[in-house]
Write a protein that binds this ligand. Structure first.
Ligand code: GRF
Length: 190
C-alpha cells in the first residue's frame, strides 16, 4: 500500500501497546507505518523492543521539574523531524503542556484503561472494582487540553469477574487494548 500515514509512538514503560501497533503495521493493508518511538524514560523497556523490531528510537533525557518546557520543545522537534503525521500516547505518563497538545490537534491519540468518561487519571482498575462495576474496559480518544477528556474514537468492554484483582483485570484490559488501539487508529486514518 502506497502512502502509509507516518505514526510516532510515545511511551514511558513496557510498551506493549506500542508493540501491538508495530505488529499491526506489518499487515500489507495497514494504512500506517510506525516511523518513530520515543518517550520520557531513556531506559524504558519498550524502547529496546522497538529497536529490536527495527523501528527508529530517539532517547531523550527524562525531564526534571525545571526542564519540562525544554523537554517538550525537544520532543516536538523530534516528532517533526520524523515527519510524523500522528502521535500515539501509549502509556506516556506525562501531563502535556497545552501548546504541545495544540500543535497536534486532531493528530494525537491516547489509550486509557477505563470506559471513559468513567475513571480519568490513574487507578482505573481499582476504581472499577471498588464501584462493583460488572464491566470495565478501555478507550481510545483524541488528546485535548482536558486530561483524558478528548473525543472518544473507540471503546472495548471487558467483563469484570467475581474473583478479579487489579492485576487480573488489568491483564485482560490490556489484551483488549492491544486489539482496540491498532484497529481504531486504522479506522481514524482511513
Ligand atoms: C496501558 O494500560 C494504557 O491504557 C495506559 O498505560 C498502559 C500502558 O501499557 N495509558 P503498555 O506500556 O502499553 O504495556
Amino acid at each position: 500500500m502506497a502512502d502509509k500515514a507516518r505514526v510516532a509512538v510515545l511511551i514511558s514503560g513496557r510498551g506493549s501497546n506500542m508493540a501491538a501497533l508495530i505488529y499491526a503495521a506489518r499487515a500489507t493493508d495497514c494504512p500506517y507505518e510506525i516511523v518513530l518511538v520515543s518517550g520520557d524514560k531513556p531506559n524504558a523497556p519498550g524502547l529496546m523492543l522497538a529497536e529490536a523490531e527495527g523501528v527508529a528510537v530517539v532517547r531523550l533525557p527524562s525531564p526534571t521539574k525545571d526542564s519540562k518546557g525544554c523537554f517538550f520543545n525537544d520532543l516536538n522537534g523530534v516528532l517533526r523531524k520524523a515527519s510524523a503525521e500522528f502521535v500515539i500516547l501509549a502509556g506516556f505518563m506525562r501531563i502535556l503542556p497545552d501548546a504541545f497538545v495544540a500543535g497536534w490537534a486532531g493528530q494525537m491519540i491516547n489509550i486509557h484503561p477505563s470506559l471513559l468518561p468513567k475513571y480519568r487519571g490513574l487507578g482505573t482498575h481499582q476504581a472499577a472494582l471498588d464501584a462493583g462495576d460488572a464491566v470495565a474496559g478501555c478507550t481510545v480518544h483524541l488528546v485535548t487540553a482536558e486530561l483524558d477528556g478528548g473525543p472518544i474514537l473507540g471503546q472495548c468492554e471487558v467483563a469484570v469477574l467475581p474473583d478479579d484483582t487489579v492485576d487480573r483485570l488489568a491483564e485482560r484490559v490490556r489484551i483488549a487494548e492491544h486489539q482496540l488501539l491498532p484497529r481504531v487508529l486504522a479506522e481514524y486514518i482511513r
